[in-house]
Structure formats: C-alpha cells, structure tokens
Design a protein around this ligand. Structure first.
Ligand code: G4P
Ligand code: NA
Ligand code: NA
Length: 190
C-alpha cells in the first residue's frame, strides 16, 4: 500500500535497531481518515472471503479493527484481553503468548460467549514481528471451533520470523506494508 509506505517514511521514526515508531497515526495518536484507507484495503484483500467477525488484541488493534469492520458489513469486533479483569466471564478461552520484544510471557483471553464454532474469523493487528500474538489468537480460535480466514497486518517486519511462523501453520498473512530492513535508522520496504 503505497500511501502507507509514504506515511511511514514521512511520520515514522526508528528506535534502536529494529523498532519502528508510528505513534503519530497508529500507536498513540490515531489518524482516522488514514485508518479508513487501511480498512478499505483490508476489505479489498479479503473480498472473496466470508468474514463473520474480526478478532484482534488490545490495545492498538482495537481502533484498526473497529474502523475496518465498517468495510466488512459492520461485523462485530472482538478483542482479546491481556489484563485479567474481575468482570470478565469465568468461561474464557485463554493462552500464553511470549513476547520477544518485551522479553516476557503474558496471557490473553476471550470470553467463550464471543467466539463460536463455525464462525469465520479475520484477525487484524498493527504489527507483525515474531508472530506470537497471532499464534495465540489462532490457538484461541481453534479452542472455540471457529475458522481463521486469514490475518491482516498493517506493518510487517519482514526481517523477523512472524510470516514464516504463521505460514508454517497454514495461516494466510496479508500485510499492507512490509519493512524489509532497517539500515542506519532508515526504513527499507520490500
Ligand atoms: P509478535 O506478537 O509478532 O511476536 O510481536 P512481539 O511480541 O515481539 O511484539 C510485542 C508488542 O510490540 C506488540 O504490541 C507489537 O505490536 C509491538 N511491536 C513489535 N514490533 C514493533 C515495532 O517495530 N514498532 C511498534 N510500534 N510496535 C512493535 P503490544 O504489546 O500488543 O501492544 P499494543 O501496542 O497493541 O498495546
Ligand atoms: Na499490537
Ligand atoms: Na503495538
């Protein structure tokens, strides 16, 4: 997605050797007009597929999924929760996710009420790094008996193993921008 590459070059910045910061439009301030373009592009990529629900993970995935859902006949958006809440139903699907970026393991959970057998689920998220968050969501989808249609990612870091990890599981990955490398603080696209 050309406009996304341009936006990353214009507004993004590099932190350390492998972190791309896009706080001005995706991870802190949110550019709604631009998220609409992203939502339309996800619909274009998955227009042949039946999608009953969009699943994401808090926090940054929620805005992306919510805007995208409007281009998928307003299907519901469900987000996996990272924080244990007293109010969350006791009946949950849960799984552990190890984050290499953060160097720690965390648990994600979705109430059994909101994922059902036979539903077709599109997963969306902001970044694909090592793929562990999406693998966790796939695990939860499998527990529920729903089907994973595919994964829509805004920015894939092509120099990390996420795509391989997911494709090895037979998961279809559609990324709107793929960063091939970060060299001397500069972003290079595939
Ligand atoms: P993985 O799921 O692909 O294995 O990713 P990993 O655990 O390594 O990433 C942990 C968090 O860091 C995720 O956000 C992910 O979106 C984010 N992340 C990874 N690489 C980058 C990057 O280059 N730039 C930015 N901006 N974020 C990156 P999270 O913990 O789920 O937090 P949230 O932002 O969704 O709340
Ligand atoms: Na994320
Ligand atoms: Na993030």
């Amino acid at each position: 997605m050309k406009s996304l590459q341009e936006k990353i070059l214009k507004e993004g910045s590099v932190s350390g050797s492998d972190i791309l910061k896009v706080d001005s439009f995706l991870n802190h301030q949110i550019d709604i007009r631009f998220l609409n373009e992203i939502g339309k592009e996800f619909k274009e990529r998955f227009k042949e597929d039946k999608v009953d629900k969009i699943l994401t993970i808090e926090a940054s995935g929620i805005g992306i999924a919510s805007i995208a859902s409007q281009y998928f006949e307003n299907v519901p958006v469900v987000f996996a929760k990272k924080v244990e809440s007293k109010n969350l139903d006791k009946e949950v699907y849960e799984t552990k996710v190890y984050s290499f970026t953060k160097g720690k393991e965390y648990t994600v959970r979705v109430s059994k009420k909101y994922l059902n057998k036979g539903e077709n689920i599109l997963v969306v998220d902001d970044f694909l790094a090592n793929g562990r968050a999406v693998l966790g969501l796939n695990n939860i989808i499998n527990q529920s008996g729903a089907n994973l249609v595919g994964v829509g990612i805004v920015i894939e870091k092509g120099f990390q193993e996420g795509r391989k990890v997911l494709e090895d599981e037979g998961i279809r990955v559609e990324s709107l921008a793929i960063v091939e490398s970060i060299q001397d603080g500069k972003v290079v696209f595939k």
